[in-house]
Design a protein around this ligand. Structure first.
Ligand code: ADP
Ligand code: ASP
Ligand code: MG
Length: 412
């Protein structure tokens, strides 16, 4: 007998018919002799709708109340899916994150899972039940308050449960047939990737490929969970996320990821002393501002300019913090440029191939696309471009790295 965690995303439980379709997939695994734990998201766009509703009441709602509100979405789905399973004659019970023993750190809106007490789920499985767990939520250990895991966090619930329950497999059912070379809704020629390594998937997810929540990939890597991303609407095999895959090892570029709404901030004429960088970024970090790419331009022995990118939604906060510390940091002025996007190429083969970045920059400049910032790691190169150039950049890079042309490799 195997043990499987199945996760159904918003679209896959977006209507009564789709909930029944999800129930059929659960039943199929039960009939194959498996113990099944199901994790579900809120139906369709419910979470967005709840965010919108809150916005009508308050421009700056309390994070605690926001989490209280958003977790209701998943609670609807667990009850309905469980009823659908009962209707088909199966024993099932729905559980909120708290009931499922999911304990989080003391932070609202983007809490990390600290621990899972899986006793209740184990008992349910032992007594022949299907456990249906609300994704995206947990309970803060110290306060018993409900916290959410960040948008897209149901993936993380599923993989964390798979780790805690020592499941044989975790299947992520979504509205595309797998992980593609880039978002198939943006690039029509994007191709499904049969298998991708944890590290590449982690980069893709961190760099904006919304198909998997980054922390889900982290859990999968740390606990060696065998993960498959696949469609809830077809029986086509999906994408396996696993240790470095043998079939497609060392591809220079495996995929492209992108995200918009980025702002570049430049702090000009800071005293060029030994603490300049550490002072600036310590202040930003201690004020909860997430900085991405950083560029330092030393002007002369005395002065330096420092640029960094942030999410545009944090712009006013960042400006306020910097203004508050202008005297301490001693810079002359701050300027910023919004309307930017980050476009990244990812592939483990970059480690051993020279010239990948050069090829990327040349392809973009041939299209008259100005690169504003760059950052690299062993397996990715990110560029910041104007948001209006984002789609053209992705299409150009998809083409130049021949991502649509590769012969598909069949899963066994
Ligand atoms: P779910 O509600 O099932 O979790 P999401 O909307 O969170 O679904 O994730 C699936 C979406 O991710 C797809 O519809 C697609 O638009 C987007 N996406 C972004 N990058 C990729 C990629 N590289 N491969 C597949 N889908 C991607
Ligand atoms: N419902 C949550 C969201 O829309 C969590 C998830 O779908 O993973 O972000
Ligand atoms: Mg998702």
């Amino acid at each position: 007998m195997g043990r499987i965690v199945q996760k159904f995303g918003g679209t896959s439980v977006g209507s009564v018919e789709r909930i029944q379709n999800a129930a059929r997939r659960v039943i199929k695994e039960v009939e194959n002799g498996n113990e099944v734990v199901v994790v579900v998201s809120a139906m369709g766009k419910t979470t967005d709708e709840l965010v919108r509703l809150a916005g009508e009441i308050s421009a700056n709602p309390s994070k605690r109340e926001m989490d209280m509100l958003l977790t209701t979405g998943e609670q609807i789905t667990i009850a309905l899916l469980t009823m659908a399973l009962h209707q088909q004659g199966y024993k099932a019970q729905s559980l909120t994150g708290w009931q499922a023993g999911i304990q989080t750190e003391n932070a609202f809106s983007n809490a990390r899972i600290l621990d899972i007490d899986s006793t209740r789920i184990e008992d349910l499985l032992k007594s022949g039940h299907i456990a249906v767990v609300a994704g995206f939520q947990g309970v803060i250990t110290e306060t018993n308050d409900i916290a959410t895991l960040g948008r897209g966090g149901s993936d993380t619930t599923a993989v964390a449960l798979a780790a805690a329950l020592k499941a044989d497999r975790c299947d992520i059912y979504t509205d595309v047939t797998g992980v593609f070379t880039t978002d198939p809704r943006v690039v029509k020629t994007a191709r499904k990737i049969p298998s991708i390594s944890y590290d590449e998937m982690l980069e893709m997810a961190n760099l904006g490929a919304g198909v998997l929540h980054p922390r889900a990939v982290e859990f999968a890597k740390n606990y060696q969970i065998s993960l498959e991303v696949r469609s809830s609407m077809s029986d086509e095999r999906g994408t396996l996320v696993e240790e470095e895959s043998s079939m497609e090892q060392n591809l220079m570029v495996r995929g492209l990821a992108f995200e918009g709404n980025i702002t570049k901030i430049t702090v000009s004429n800071m005293p060029n002393n030994i603490n300049a960088l550490s002072d600036l970024f310590t202040i930003l970090a201690s004020n909860g501002i997430n900085v991405d790419i950083i560029i330092q331009n030393v002007m002369n022995e005395e002065k330096t300019n420092i640029s960094f990118s942030i999410e545009t939604s944090h712009l006013s906060e960042t400006q306020e913090v910097l203004a508050g510390f202008q005297d301490k940091l001693g810079f002359e002025s701050i300027s910023y440029e919004s309307g930017l996007a980050k476009v990244s190429i990812v592939g483990s083969g970059m480690i051993s191939n020279h010239g990948v970045a050069a090829k990327m920059f040349k392809a973009l400049s041939d299209q008259n696309i100005l690169i504003k910032m760059v950052s690299t790691s062993e397996i990715k190169v990110s560029t910041v471009v104007k948001q209006e150039d984002m789609v053209k950049s992705i299409e150009t890079l998809h083409d130049i790295f021949e991502l649509d042309a590769r012969v598909p490799v069949q899963n066994s």
